[in-house]
Each structure stands twice: as structure tokens, then as C-alpha cells.
Write a protein that binds this ligand. Structure first.
Ligand code: 5GP
Ligand code: ZN
Length: 143
């Protein structure tokens, strides 16, 4: 993709703080270090989102996320700055908060009490509504 910033970063055409690279992925620090060690796992191939990325690449990305989460846990611990948790997350589409339309996984080191994570509104619905929601999703599974 000619105009994709993450394609250019993944290819090394734009410099980045790279923590890991192999033939399929580059892992960089997010420009926004609201959480120290916030990383982005970028496939070198362009896929817009989770719907486009093939399953084998998706699986590799998640395995890599586990590896990097562990590296952050061990590395910060060694540096005397232990982590309390890690989020691994991924946004698809503008409504879901995706701002760069090149598939990427966020690895987010967490410290107890930090306030940097988006939260959703808690809202309970009726048992009937729960059943209907289940049915809608199950219908999609079969499609
Ligand atoms: P999204 O909101 O699409 O899930 O995440 C995009 C992320 O990419 C944001 O957290 C943003 O800070 C980060 N980002 C956007 N442009 C750049 C860039 O040029 N370099 C780096 N390292 N991060 C970027
Ligand atoms: Zn791209």
C-alpha cells in the first residue's frame, strides 16, 4: 500500500523504535507512551483489519504478542520497574477506535492504578435481550 504509514514503518522506510523484527513482523514502540512500553506489532504485509488478515498471520501475531508481553514483564522487572499486568488488544474500524488502517496489535504494559485504559459503560440487559444477542451472533457463526 503506497500511502500506508505502517507499511512504510514495517518496511523500515520510516525510522521507528524497533524492539523486534523478523521476516513477517516489525514490533515498534507506539509514539504515544501513555503506558511505558506500549508496543505495536505490525505485519509487514498490508491487511486493513482482523477481517482481512489470514488466519496463519493472525495466529503468528498473537503468539508474538505473548512473547513481547513476557519480554516486557521480564525486562521491566529486571530494571526494577515491575509490571502488574498487560493488555493485548486490537481495534477494527473507526467506531472501534482504529486510527491507522493497517492491522496492528497493541501490547500495553500496565501498572496498578494507572488511568490510561479506555473503559466501556456497564449496562445490563434483560434475559430476553441476552438470548436475542446470542442468537444473532450464532446466526453469524453459521453463515
Ligand atoms: P489504533 O488507534 O489504530 O488502534 O492505533 C494506532 C496507534 O498508532 C496509536 O496508538 C498511535 O499513537 C500510533 N501511531 C500513529 N502513528 C504512528 C507513527 O508514525 N509511529 C508510531 N510509532 N506510532 C504511531
Ligand atoms: Zn499498510
Amino acid at each position: 500500500m503506497d500511502n500506508c504509514i505502517f507499511c512504510k514503518i514495517a518496511a523500515g522506510e520510516i525510522p521507528s523504535s524497533t524492539v523486534y523484527e523478523d521476516q513477517d513482523f516489525r514490533v515498534i514502540l507506539d509514539l504515544n507512551q501513555g503506558m511505558k512500553g506500549h508496543m505495536l506489532i505490525l505485519p509487514k504485509e498490508h491487511y486493513a483489519n482482523v477481517f482481512e488478515i489470514p488466519d496463519p498471520a493472525l495466529g503468528k501475531a498473537m503468539i508474538l504478542a505473548k512473547r513481547l508481553a513476557r519480554a516486557a514483564k521480564v525486562g521491566f522487572e529486571k530494571a526494577g520497574e515491575p509490571l502488574d499486568g498487560v493488555n493485548i488488544l486490537q481495534n477494527n474500524g473507526e467506531a472501534a477506535g482504529q486510527t491507522v488502517m493497517h492491522y496492528h496489535l497493541h501490547v500495553l504494559p500496565r501498572i496498578k492504578g494507572d488511568d490510561s485504559f479506555p473503559v466501556w459503560q456497564e449496562k445490563s440487559v434483560s434475559a430476553e435481550e441476552m438470548t436475542k444477542i446470542c442468537e444473532n451472533i450464532k446466526g453469524g457463526l453459521e453463515a
